[in-house]
Design a protein. Structure first.
Length: 396
């Protein structure tokens, strides 16, 4: 979400930026659905939305988006990490201090995001896991892939054991009361909204335990492929991409079907199936998108997605700001009042608007505003590019 999308020579990879832009759609679809209900963090579905149409939209979100797109962002974070290392080496500047400043800035942004706008933040988790990525940056690609697979297996097994033990079973009656209370709090004034976000903050930090292992696995897969520059020329890996589609789509979609049909994140064992199969479906998404982006027939779409991806961090935070203004008492206070179908239409509308604005912004500026700020902290200078690389085309 925050890393470079450029080759070792500093030329941007449009298809990598487009992948990041594509991921923004999935992130927004999941997050806006969470924003729209006070029951998002209770462990049960919102009883207000109980029609066939409401259930269908929730099923679509679970089937296509939930648990897949944060893995895509995580993969791109790990891949771009290798490009940042190469960039530092070309400049002859130390990489570790700059990256630590970057992670510190991400962590601060993440906590501020969780408190002010959305408890479901992922940036703070990325910042913490980034320390592990930095520590193992010299790992061999093959070893990184093995460790990633072990993390996926371990997460799946652990979730099965937790589900069978019943240690996190949800009490429906208590959840109903908590969901109604949270809805009213989030419809309240700014003080009530921020207080509710603070109350939910432990859940946000808990994503390190829930999402962290698979995010770290994706980091490592991205690191391994980044060391081989696997995305530098997708056309050269056409056979591998087709294999990922043939393997990932049947298995991944089958797992997503089970996950969505048996309760999604409301059910622990359904979530287990999601953990086991989401990485394969994400890999298939990547392979399918990379093959599609190479087609001249959708060049315009690819260019717009790439513009959105170049400003991924700005767009991610803007999505939360817009959603907060729509659903909480910071703005219209429509939480619990808009049907899931309407929320999905708003998702598509906001995403298209972001692509348009990103395209226009990048005609005038080299970086998105938050990307510029992150680079300023990373390099300790208000100049958007390190002094030794003023002529480079590398961008975040």
């Amino acid at each position: 979400m925050t890393a470079d999308g450029a080759t070792g020579s500093g030329t941007r990879l449009a298809h990598v930026d487009a992948l990041r832009g594509f991921a923004l759609l999935g992130i927004l679809a999941v997050n806006m659905a969470l924003f729209s209900s006070g029951f998002a963090f209770t462990g049960i579905a919102d009883p207000t939305f109980n029609s066939w149409a409401d259930d269908t939209v929730e099923w679509i979100i679970f089937f296509l988006f939930t648990m897949k797109f944060y893995l895509l962002f995580s993969f791109l974070f790990g891949y771009s990490f290798t490009l940042q290392m190469d960039s530092a080496e070309r400049r002859g500047s130390p990489f570790k201090p700059a990256f630590l400043r970057r992670l510190a800035a991400l962590f601060v942004l993440g906590i501020a995001h969780a408190v002010l706008l959305f408890p479901g933040d992922i940036l703070a988790t990325y910042a913490i896991l980034g320390l592990i990525l930095l520590a193992v940056r010299n790992i061999r690609p093959r070893t990184a892939m093995i460790v990633a697979c072990l993390l996926i297996v371990a997460t799946t097994v652990a979730t099965v054991l937790v589900g069978l033990s019943g240690t996190i079973a949800t009490d429906p009656a208590s959840a109903l009361i908590e969901g109604a209370r949270s809805t009213e709090a989030l419809r309240g004034n700014a003080s009530q909204v921020l207080s509710e976000h603070l109350k939910t903050l432990p859940w946000s930090l808990g994503t390190l335990v829930v999402q962290g292992p698979l995010a770290l696995a994706s980091f490592l897969i991205g690191l391994a492929l980044g060391k081989h520059r696997a995305l530098a020329d997708p056309a050269a890996h056409g056979q591998v991409l087709r294999m990922l589609q043939w393997a990932g789509l049947p298995i991944g979609l089958s797992g997503a079907l089970i996950f969505a049909s048996f309760g999604g994140t409301h059910d622990t064992l359904a979530t287990t199936v999601g953990y086991a199969t989401a990485p394969l479906l994400t890999a298939a998404y990547v392979a399918t998108a990379l093959r599609a982006f190479s087609s001249p027939r959708i060049r315009i779409l690819t260019d717009f997605l790439a513009a959105g991806g170049r400003m991924a961090l700005t767009n991610y935070l803007t999505q939360s700001l817009v959603c907060a203004l729509i659903f909480t008492g910071l703005g219209a206070g429509l939480i619990g009042k808009l049907r899931p179908g309407t929320v999905l239409l708003l998702t598509l509308g906001l995403f298209v608007a972001q692509l348009l604005v990103s395209r226009l912004w990048l005609r005038l500026f080299r970086y998105g505003p938050v990307e510029w700020l992150l680079r300023a902290v990373t390099y300790g200078s208000w100049s958007p590019t390190p002094a030794a690389a003023q002529t480079s085309k590398v961008a975040t």
